[in-house]
Design a protein around this ligand. Structure first.
Ligand code: AMP
Length: 427
C-alpha cells in the first residue's frame, strides 16, 4: 500500500499536537508542516511557507508529491485555500481537510452562523443583527433585553470580537463604538446582539465529509488570563478532557440536537464540508446551546483531545476524504487529559519574544506541545504569546492537573506565566 505525504498548515500548539499524532501513523510517508515551529520540527519537516500564501503552498505541494493537505487554523480556510485547490487543474485531485469558503462562513460570520442555526432548529440564544445604518434600532433593541448584554462583531476579530456588557450604558457605548467607529474594523461592520446564556461552557468536536461524521472527545477550555477566570480573554490558557458534567446523556443531546442537525443543515443548504466542526456550547440546565461554531479544532483543546484518541488520525482523515468515516469506531483513552499553557508575561497585552527556554528535556511525565517557539543559534526561544502547552494523562483529573503543573514549573523562560487553577472548577 502506498503511504501518504501530508502537508499540515499552521504553527501553533494545535498543529504540534496534530503533527505528533499523525507522525505515529503507519499510513504516513512524509509529514511537512507549513510553517510549523520548533516542536513540529521534531515530528516532521518544517517548510517556511505561510498558509495564507496559496501560490507557494501550490508549488510545494506539486514539487513534493503531497497527497493530503490538513489546515489547522481558520484564516486560510476563510480566505479560501480549499476553493483555491478545487479551482486549480493541478491541485483539484489533492484532498484538503478543512472546509471551503462557503462552509468556513460558519466561523467567518456570526450572523451567517446564527441564521444557519435558526434555519435548522439548532438550539442557540435569540439574536438580532445590526449595521451602521440600523444603529438606532440596535440601541432600541438593547432596551428590550435584560443585562448582561452580549455583543459580537460579525467577522473574524482574533478572538476579541465578543464583548459582554454588565450595564445598559456600557452596552450602548460598545455598540456605538463597534458600528459607528468600526472598533474591530471590517469585522464590526455588522454586530450580532445575542441573548445572554447562563450556564457552563464546553467544546464539542466532530470531523465530517458532509455526509458522515465522527464525534471526537469533548473538552473544556480556560480563556481568561487570570486565575479564577478573571482578566482579559486569551487564545486559551489550558484545557481538560473529558468534561465530567458532559455525561453520556448530555453528549447524546449534543449529537442529536447539534452535531447531526449541523451536518444535515449543511447538506440541505448545499454547502460542501470536509473537515472539523467545533461547537462552542453552553450547558444551560442540562441542555446544550450553541454559542459559536469554529471550522477547525480549538487550541488548546486539541492538546487534551488528541492525546485521548487511540485511533489513527491519518486513518480518520483518509476515511473523511474517501468515505467510511461512519464505520470508524473511535477508540479513546478513558483517562483524563489536563493541558496547561505557559505564556509570555504580559500576554494577551504587550510581551517580549525571543526568550531562551530551558528545562524542556527534563519533562518526562507529560507531553510537551510547542505553541509559539522557534530556533535561534540552536536554542529554542519563545516566539509568541502562548509558548508551550503541557499535557498529562492520569486516572483522575486531580492527578492529571498536578502532573501538568509540576511539568510546567520545570520549563523556564524569563517572565513566563501559567494558571495554577486549570480544571479546579470541575473538581
Ligand atoms: P465566542 O467568541 O463566540 O466564543 O465568545 C467568547 C465568549 O463569550 C464565550 O466563550 C462565552 O464565554 C461568552 N459568550 C458568547 N456568547 C454568549 C452568550 N450568548 N451568553 C453568554 N456568554 C456568551
Amino acid at each position: 500500500m502506498t503511504k501518504t505525504n501530508v502537508l499540515l498548515v499552521g504553527s501553533g500548539g494545535r498543529e504540534h499536537a496534530i503533527a505528533w499524532k499523525l507522525s505515529q501513523s503507519p499510513l504516513l510517508n512524509q509529514l511537512f508542516i507549513a510553517p510549523g515551529n520548533a516542536g513540529t520540527s521534531g515530528v516532521g519537516t518544517n517548510v517556511a511557507i505561510s498558509g495564507n500564501d496559496f501560490e507557494s503552498v501550490k508549488q510545494f505541494v506539486l514539487q513534493n508529491q503531497v497527497d493530503l493537505v490538513v489546515v489547522g487554523p481558520e484564516e486560510p480556510l476563510v480566505r479560501g485555500i480549499h476553493d483555491y485547490f478545487l479551482n486549480d487543474e493541478q491541485l483539484k485531485g489533492i484532498p484538503v481537510i478543512g472546509p471551503q469558503k462557503a462552509g468556513a462562513e460558519l466561523e467567518g460570520s456570526k450572523d451567517f452562523a446564527k441564521q444557519f442555526m435558526i434555519r435548522h432548529g439548532i438550539p442557540t440564544g435569540a439574536y438580532q443583527t445590526f449595521t451602521r445604518d440600523t444603529l438606532l434600532e440596535g440601541l432600541s433593541f438593547l432596551q428590550t433585553l435584560n443585562a448582561p448584554y452580549v455583543l459580537k462583531a460579525d467577522g473574524l476579530a482574533a478572538g476579541k470580537g465578543v464583548v459582554i456588557c454588565k450595564t445598559i450604558e456600557e452596552a450602548e457605548a460598545e455598540l456605538t463604538d463597534m458600528l459607528a467607529n468600526q472598533k474591530f474594523g471590517k469585522a464590526s461592520e455588522r454586530v450580532v446582539i445575542e441573548e445572554f446564556l447562563d450556564g457552563i461552557e464546553l467544546s464539542a468536536f466532530a470531523v465530517t465529509n458532509g455526509r458522515e461524521y465522527l464525534v471526537l472527545p469533548e473538552a473544556k477550555d480556560y480563556k481568561r488570563i487570570g486565575e479564577g477566570d478573571t482578566g482579559p480573554n486569551t487564545g486559551g490558557m489550558g484545557s481538560i478532557s473529558p468534561v465530567p458534567f458532559a455525561d453520556k446523556e448530555f453528549m447524546q443531546k449534543v449529537e442529536d440536537r447539534v452535531i447531526r442537525p449541523t451536518v444535515e443543515g449543511l447538506q440541505k443548504d448545499g454547502i460542501p464540508y470536509q473537515g472539523f466542526l467545533f461547537f462552542g456550547l453552553m450547558n444551560v440546565k442540562g441542555n446544550p446551546f450553541v454559542i459559536e461554531y469554529n471550522v477547525r479544532l480549538g487550541d488548546p483543546e486539541t492538546e487534551s483531545v488528541l492525546p485521548r484518541i487511540k485511533t489513527d488520525l491519518l486513518e480518520i482523515f483518509l476515511a473523511t476524504v474517501r468515505g467510511g468515516l461512519s464505520e470508524i469506531k473511535l477508540e479513546t483513552d478513558i483517562r483524563t487529559a489536563a493541558c496547561v499553557m505557559i505564556v509570555s508575561g504580559g500576554y494577551p497585552g504587550d510581551y517580549t519574544k525571543g526568550k531562551a527556554i530551558s528545562g524542556l528535556e527534563t519533562v518526562n511525565k507529560s507531553l510537551v506541545f510547542h505553541a509559539g517557539t522557534s530556533y535561534a543559534d540552536g536554542n529554542i526561544i519563545s516566539a509568541g504569546g502562548r509558548v508551550i502547552a503541557v499535557t498529562s494523562l492520569a486516572d483522575d483529573m486531580i492527578k492529571a492537573i498536578a502532573q501538568s503543573l509540576e511539568s510546567a514549573s520545570q520549563i523556564k523562560f524569563e517572565n513566563s506565566y501559567f494558571r495554577n487553577d486549570i480544571g479546579k472548577d470541575l473538581l
